[in-house]
Design a protein around this ligand. Structure first.
Ligand SMILES: NC(=O)c1ccc[n+]([C@@H]2O[C@H](COP(=O)([O-])OP(=O)(O)OC[C@H]3O[C@@H](n4cnc5c(N)ncnc54)[C@H](OP(=O)(O)O)[C@@H]3O)[C@@H](O)[C@H]2O)c1
Length: 293
């Protein structure tokens, strides 16, 4: 492996990929932690990114990826194993002398969360805190990217309806591009952010009627919000989208959290950390028109 100052896990995903884009713009030397040496790894190499191969089940792979690195992004998807992964990542960082971790958590992460994933995110935050490696925890609300996830975008564009189980709850959707910028700035300059927990929101709090109107405005087609029950959504997740059980359990529980206001609010954390305001839903949809082709 060549020299790199920053390690990014989840590098083939949305927030990790966006963080790498921003770090490269900032002139940082980056190592990506990826699960396989595939076309995506080759594309990263072509952009000057060093590649370390491994997953979160072997601490020795993580430790090797951390060699020489000053800061690291921890991204675990909503799947079993978050706690083991966080413990391995923290220990490897400690051994390697890493002085800044950015940990992707979420706004619903609480000791009392009924979502197993959200509770695991909360406990992972504590694991990083106990480790003593200075860590910044990110707690975003729901991503704007929900609207362009292929399964949802296809259905929304096909039916011209957003069929989510969120009743009249509200949130300020935040894009993964904005989060990538936040992550990159924190990795590049961790000083002053150690031990902080940052809720991350987009600029404008909306309900899904507002979100449907914003999409209609940009896409030039009338899209309506057609709220469903949580049970109907669960059935679709299991039988239509074929989501794995851990993800279904999480989304069922956080749908109720969303109705109860846990995802609500807005703030200027993106602008404060990066110097650039967060994108609106309209800007995000305009940037992602291709998802609705
Ligand atoms: N979506 C939301 O609204 C929302 C809101 C708040 C917080 N979050 C948090 O955001 C995170 C998801 O972020 P994201 O959208 O950037 O993720 P993403 O785009 O789904 O990317 C997931 C990344 O994790 C990698 N990965 C998958 N399984 C793995 C495993 N078993 N071991 C190691 N790596 C694995 C993937 O690699 P491959 O490409 O090889 O599969 C990919 O690089 C989750 O922690 C979630 O709790 C999400």
């Amino acid at each position: 492996m060549s020299e790199a100052e920053v390690l990014v896990s989840g590098a083939t995903g949305r927030t990790g990929g966006a963080a790498i884009n921003e770090l490269l713009k900032m002139g940082k030397s980056v190592r990506a932690y990826v699960r396989s040496d595939d076309k995506r790894a080759t594309a990263l190499r072509q952009r000057g990114v060093d590649i370390a191969i491994g997953d979160f089940t072997h601490i020795d792979n993580i430790r090797a990826a951390m060699e020489g690195v000053r800061s690291a992004y921890f991204l675990h998807p909503i799947s079993p194993g978050i706690l083991d992964a966080a413990a391995y990542f923290a220990q490897a960082a400690k051994e390697a002398g890493v002085t800044g971790i950015v940990n992707m958590s979420q706004i619903s992460a609480r000791r009392e969360s009924t979502s197993h994933a959200a509770q695991d995110h909360w406990i992972s935050e504590r694991v990083f805190d106990w480790s003593g490696v200075p860590t910044t925890h990110l707690r975003p609300t729901f991503f704007a990217d929900w609207l362009v996830y292929p399964h949802f975008a296809k259905e929304i564009w096909g039916t011209k309806k957003i069929e989510f189980p969120f009743a009249d709850g509200r949130h300020a959707p935040i894009t993964t591009d904005d989060q990538g910028r936040v992550i990159a700035h924190l990795l590049a300059n961790p000083q002053g952010h150690e031990g902080k927990v940052y809720p991350l929101h987009g600029p404008i709090e909306m309900n899904h009627t507002d979100i449907a109107a914003a999409m209609s405005e940009v896409l030039g087609a009338k899209i309506d919000y057609a709220p469903t029950s949580i049970d109907v959504f669960k059935d679709k997740m299991e039988n239509l989208y074929k989501f794995p059980p851990f993800l279904v359990q999480h989304l069922v529980e956080v749908a109720q959290n969303y109705r109860d206001g846990i995802f609500a609010g807005t703030n200027d954390a993106v602008e404060k950390i990066t110097g650039t305001p967060a994108l609106s839903v309209q800007q995000f949809i305009a940037n992602n028109r291709a998802a609705f082709a």
